[in-house]
Write a protein that binds this ligand. Structure first.
Ligand code: G3P
Length: 224
């Protein structure tokens, strides 16, 4: 299992983090990460994932898997496919890629069968509790209205982070709680850790930054 605290950077489908730019961004993130003893994972888009995984020592996560076995499922992504492409884990149920509860459960099981980490995104404390019972590796709480914005979850909705930490402690303390949405700087990370999170998940704060390497360093300083 990856060591926490952890910072995961999703590239979503941003043009700034697609194709050749995905590789360039990964280099910058890795250059910052190598100076710290913390886990930094990258979450490239699915078509860039294999090339990114071959280019970096950083752990790579997929942005999504479907709950199916390999076979007749045109357009889907299996756990086998992402493992073959070099991923060590996958996001599941991101707010921009929501899934049914039964499919979240099956996707977590498929990931775990193949030794992959399962990072399940949740949108509120109740959903965090429901997902914790399914025993993923991580839950990542992200209030959807704050995603892509400038105010971080730890500032705008601290009770959602601490509430998620509490509910996970009650239901399944093995699960690690991450938080995300609007995370941009060292203070956002510090506050998240104070609220009991084991790391953060972010995208635009790095992908759209003028100097992603400098931002990455400041986020890592927040874990100190
Ligand atoms: O997957 C992480 C994400 O949803 C947070 O996005 O842009 O608010 O950091 P952002």
């Amino acid at each position: 299992m990856l060591k926490t605290p952890l910072i995961a950077v999703s590239y979503k489908t941003y043009a700034e983090a697609t194709g050749r730019k995905a590789l360039e961004l990964t280099k910058k993130i890795e250059s910052a990460a190598k100076d710290y003893d913390y886990t930094v994972a990258v979450v490239p888009n699915l078509t860039d994932m294999k090339t990114v995984a071959e280019s970096t020592e950083l752990p790579v996560f997929a942005q999504h898997i479907d709950p199916y076995m390999p076979g007749g499922h045109t357009g889907s992504v299996s756990a086998e496919m992402i493992r073959e492409a070099g991923a060590v884990g996958t996001m599941i149920n991101h707010s921009e890629k929501r899934m049914l509860l039964a499919d979240i459960d099956a996707s977590i099981k498929r990931a775990k069968e193949l030794g992959l980490e399962a990072m399940v995104c949740t949108n509120n404390v109740d959903v965090t509790g429901a997902v914790a019972a399914l025993n993923p590796t991580y839950v990542a709480i992200e209030p959807p209205e704050l995603i892509g914005g400038d105010i971080s979850v730890s500032t705008a909705r601290p009770e959602v982070v601490s509430g998620s930490v509490d509910v996970v402690k009650r239901i399944n303390p093995e699960v690690k709680v991450l938080c995300g949405a609007g995370v941009k700087n060292k203070v956002d990370v510090e506050k998240s850790m104070e609220l009991g999170a084991k790391g953060v998940l972010l995208a635009s704060g790095i992908v759209k930054a003028k100097d992603p390497e400098a931002v990455m360093r400041s986020l890592l300083e927040g874990l100190h």
